[in-house]
Write a protein that binds this ligand. Structure first.
Ligand SMILES: C[S@@+](CC[C@H](N)C(=O)[O-])C[C@H]1O[C@@H](n2cnc3c(N)ncnc32)[C@H](O)[C@@H]1O
Length: 177
C-alpha cells in the first residue's frame, strides 16, 4: 500500500509563530519565486519607491535571501539596513551573498521574527521600516500582525515611516495611534 503524502494542519498556536520546519518551508516557497539572489523587477520597483535618504536607518522585515536589502544598502551612504527573517536558511543565504555589503558596515542581518525583535543596547531606532509579502504585516495573520505592530511602534524613530507591498507598488501603514 502506498503512503499518502500531504500537508498536516498544525495547531493555531504553532502555526502563528511557526516552528523551524514551517518557517523554512515558507522561506523555500518564497525563494523558488525569486531566483537565488537576483533583484527581481518586483523588488526593484519597491526599492525604487521607498523614500530612502542617505544616512537612514532601515529595517526590512522578512528579508528572505536579502536581495532588496542589498540593493538598498547602495542608497544609504552612511546609513544602515537591518534585514530580519525568522527563517535560519534565509538569513544564512542573505549573509553569504551580501558579504561585501556587510563588511562595509551598511548592512546586517538577524534571524528573528518581527514579533520578537528588539533593539540591541544603544541601537538607534529606524527611520524607515518595510515588509514585502510577509503575512504578519499584510493582514493574512492578524494575531501576529498585532504583535508585529507593537514592536514596530517601539523601534520606529519619531517621524519614521512604515511601508508594505500591495499598493502601487507600496502602501504606507500609519502605525502611531
Ligand atoms: C514570501 S517571502 C518574501 C521574501 C521577500 N520579502 C520578497 O518579497 O522576496 C516571506 C519571508 O518572510 C519571512 N517571514 C514571515 N513571517 C515573518 C515574521 N513574522 N517575522 C520575520 N520574518 C518573517 C519568511 O521566512 C520569508 O523569508
Amino acid at each position: 500500500m502506498g503512503r499518502k503524502i500531504g500537508f498536516v494542519r498544525t495547531p493555531a498556536s504553532r502555526s502563528r509563530r511557526g516552528d523551524a520546519s514551517t518557517q523554512n518551508l515558507e522561506y523555500l516557497i518564497c525563494s523558488r519565486h525569486d531566483e537565488e539572489m537576483k533583484l527581481s523587477k518586483r523588488l526593484a520597483e519597491i526599492v525604487e519607491a521607498l523614500p530612502v535618504k542617505p544616512g537612514h536607518r532601515i529595517l526590512e522585515i522578512g528579508c528572505g535571501p536579502g536581495a532588496a536589502a542589498r540593493a538598498l544598502s547602495e542608497k544609504v551612504s552612511k546609513g544602515h539596513i537591518v534585514g530580519i527573517d525568522r527563517s535560519a536558511k534565509a538569513i544564512a543565504l542573505a549573509e553569504k551573498s551580501c558579504r561585501d555589503e556587510i563588511a562595509s558596515g551598511r548592512l546586517s542581518f538577524r534571524k528573528v521574527a518581527i514579533e520578537n525583535f528588539e533593539l540591541t543596547k544603544g541601537e538607534k531606532k529606524f527611520d524607515l521600516i518595510f515588509a514585502v509579502r510577509v503575512g504578519a504585516l499584510d493582514g493574512r495573520h492578524p494575531e501576529a500582525g498585532e504583535l508585529a505592530l507593537e514592536v514596530i511602534r517601539k523601534v520606529l524613530a519619531p517621524g519614521g515611516r512604515v511601508f508594505i507591498d500591495g499598493g502601487k507598488p507600496l502602501k504606507e501603514l500609519k502605525v502611531n495611534s
